[in-house]
Ligand binder design. Sequence first.
Ligand code: NAD
Length: 491
Amino acid sequence: MTDTVHADRVSALLAGVPTGLWIDGASRPSEAGAQFDVRDPATGEVLTTVADATVADATAALDSASAVGKAWATTAPRERSLILRRAWELVVERTEDFALLMTIEMGKTLAESRGEVAYGAEFLRWFSEEAVRIGGRTATAPSGNGRILVTKEPVGPCLAITPWNFPLAMGTRKIGPALAAGCTMIVKPAEDTPLTMLLLAQVFADAGLPAGVLSVLPTMSAPTVVASLMTDSRLRKVSFTGSTGVGKKLIEQSADQVLRTSMELGGNAPFIVFDDADIDAAVDGAMAAKMRNGGEACTAANRILVHNPVRERFTAALSARIAAGVVGPGYADGTTLGPLINARQRDSVASLVGEAVDAGARVHTGGAPVDGPGYFYAPTVIDDVPAGARILTEEIFGPVAVITGFDTEDEAIERANDTEYGLAAYFYTTSLDRALRVSSALESGMVGVNRGVISDPAAPFGGVKQSGLGSEGGSEGIEEYLNTKYIALTP
Ligand code: NAD
C-alpha cells in the first residue's frame, strides 16, 4: 500500500468513528469541552482527538444506564440475543474497518488485527447464544415442607475498564455477557486506544441496542472518573482487565459499595519444553505464545523453560524464526512485528533486557530498540539469564523471548510456579502421563498442552493467585453478571 492510499483510507475511516463520549445512545462532547490526542505508535503522530470524560460525564452515563436498567433487564432474552447477534454480524461485516482502526491506534499488524476482530466479535455471538439459556433450579426442601426455587437475575449497572493491548476483544468479552444477562454497561477504554470501543458503540446502536444500555467514556482522568462511579450506589459491578497493581486498588475501592468484581490481571506465563516434545511443534507454539500481539499479551510466554538435552536445538530454531521477523508499521506490507504501544513501554522492555544483559545474559538476536519515529523494539532472544533477574519476575510485554534450562520435571514445575501470577502456562510433551501430571501441578487458571494459543470465547478465561478473580467466556462468563436469588415456597 502506498503512503497516500494508506493516508486516504485512514482519513475515510476516522471520519466515520465517533470521537465524542458515547452516552445515551449518541456521541457528545465532554461537559468540560476537553479532548485528548490519540496517536499512531508507528509514527508518534496524532491520528485524531477524542472527548475527555469528567466526573459529571460519568454521572450522566450512569444516570442513563440506571434509567433504562429495568427495561433492559426485562427485555425478552430472545430480543437481547438478537441484538447481540446483529452486532456480531455488523462487526464481522466491518472487519477491515475494525482491523485498520486497531492497527493505527495500537500498532499490531493487520493480520493480528483481523484475528482480533474474529476473536472479539465471537464473544458477541457466543453470548447471544447464552442469553437465551439462563436457567435456575428447583428442589424440594429436605424437610419436605417447602420448595426451593433458585433464580438468576442481572446484577445491574456495570463498569468495564479495559487495557490497550486488545482494544476490541477485552471490551466484547465483558459487554457480551453483561448485555446477554440483562445488565447495562459503561466502558472506560484505555487512554491509548479509545477509538475501537467508540466505533463498537456506534455498531451496537446500528444493531438496535436501546440508548443508555451501553456507554463509552474515554478519559485521561481514569482514577477520579472511575472512583466517582464506584462510590455511586447505583453501580453494582466492576469488571477490570489490566495490571495487577491497578486491579488491587480497584478491589480496595470496590469495598465501599461491596461491588461484585471480575479481575483479569497480569501474567508471567511459563512455557515448558520437555525433552520428549515434538521440538518443531514446540518452536511453532513458542512463536505463537511469545510473538502474538508483539508479545503485548497477558498470556504471553514470559519464561521459556527448556529441558537441557534439547535446549541448544530449540534455542537455535526459535532464534532463527524470531530473527526473521520484519519490524515496521502494522499496516505496511510484509510487516510481522509492529511497534510497542508507546515510548514508556518500549523503554520498559529496553530496561528489562539491559539489566539482564548486564547481569550476564546472552543475546541470540535483537536486544535493542529500533531507531525511528515510532516505538519499535527488535525481536529478541536471550538466554543464560541469572536467577532473580527482573525479566524473569515481571511481565515483559514485548517481543523478547527469555530462555532458561532445567534438568528435571520437578525443577520445571517448581520454577514455573515460582511467581505471584497464575494466568496461563504452556508445556510441550508427547507423554500422556506427563501431560496430565504437569497440567494439574501447574498453578495457573489456564494450561495449554502442546499448543501456544489458548484463548477461546467458548472457554473460561481467567487466572489464579495475583492474576485475578473470575472467568470471562464460556458458560462461566455470564455468571459474572448474574446474581443468585433464593425464593422459599410453601408446598
Ligand atoms: P493498566 O492497569 O495500566 O490500565 C488498564 C486500564 O485501567 C486502563 O483503561 C487504564 O486507564 C485504567 N486505569 C489505570 N489506573 C487506574 C485507576 N487508578 N483507577 C481506575 N482505572 C485505572 O494496564 P495496561 O497497561 O493498559 O494493560 C496491560 C496490563 O493488562 C498487563 O498487566 C496485562 O497483563 C493486563 N492484561 C490482562 C489480561 C487478562 O485477561 N488477565 C488481558 C489483557 C491485559
